[in-house]
Write a protein that binds this ligand. Structure first.
Ligand code: AP5
Length: 231
């Protein structure tokens, strides 16, 4: 039998990060996933990879993402099903940017049930959208390992170079000011209703995402520990 390589503090469930563009979902999801030794599943990263490889899905998604709109559920759901059925997801995973519509949340609920997972744990990174612009326009991401920086708040030691692996730091095309407005609009219209959806099911944990990255991390870790202790 294969050895159990899980982190001694097992996650054993899906964790979902919900919040507007720039709330810190990627920053926190990556760290939480590493902490528990489970995959970090960012639908944004997956779609960007399809775009950069020029796959049929990427060709359809590219113009939609450049306009700051959501990619249709029909394209995203198949991608998610295939991903969570891989063996590395057996002991839990951390979603970043999924689900993003009530239809996606319902699909995910069924998928988790079919695969025998516990109910998901949803972390809502709540923040006033007026503070998000500098976070988004200042974000730079490592082309190699995906490490996230901010030229204002979390700069690399050497400008343009990743501290972790020396990779080039780049700006996402949708972090241009003219695309940020439509992204925030799509969030308010299509994704924000998920907070009420999960809250009514007793699954939502709200965290103040306006605090520093370290303070948000502490709040996230504490709430995950509380939930794991309680169920
Ligand atoms: P996606 O890649 O998911 O982007 P997003 O939701 O717009 O979120 P961001 O990645 O912009 O922000 P984040 O919350 O992860 O913040 P981060 O931690 O990086 O989606 C992109 C596009 O793909 C969508 O527009 C859509 O077209 C498509 N898509 C993706 N998923 C989809 C789905 N499920 N269905 C349909 N379409 C989908 O932080 C941002 C910056 O802030 C960084 O510089 C960071 O250093 C800084 N920062 C983070 N936390 C703090 C803090 N506490 N204090 C100060 N600075 C901070």
């Amino acid at each position: 039998m294969a050895p159990d390589t899980r982190h001694p503090d097992k996650l054993d469930r899906a964790v979902i990060f919900l919040g507007p563009p720039g709330a810190g979902k990627g920053t926190q999801a990556k760290e939480l996933a590493a902490r528990y030794g489970v995959p970090h599943l960012s639908t944004g990263d997956m779609l960007r990879e399809h775009v950069s490889k020029g796959t049929p899905l990427g060709i359809k998604a590219k113009p939609i993402m450049e306009r700051g709109e959501l990619v249709p559920d029909s394209l995203v759901l198949q991608m998610i099903r295939e991903r969570i059925e891989r063996p590395d997801c057996t002991h839990g995973f951390v979603f970043d940017g999924f689900p993003r519509t009530v239809a996606q949340a319902k699909y995910l609920g069924e998928l988790l049930k079919q695969h025998g997972y516990k109910r998901p744990f949803v972390i809502h990174l709540a923040i006033d959208t007026s503070v998000l612009l500098p976070r988004l326009t200042g974000r730079r991401t490592c082309k190699v390992g995906g490490e996230i920086y901010n030229i204002h708040d979390r700069p690399p030691k050497v400008a343009g170079i990743c501290d972790a692996d020396g990779g080039e730091l780049v700006q996402r095309p949708d972090d241009r000011e003219e695309v940020i407005g439509p992204r925030l609009h799509a969030y308010e219209k299509q994704t924000a209703p998920l907070a009420a959806y999960y809250s009514s099911r007793g699954l939502l944990h709200v965290i103040d995402a306006s605090k520093s990255i370290d303070e948000v991390r502490q709040q996230v870790l504490q709430s995950v520990k509380n939930v794991r202790g309680a169920r």
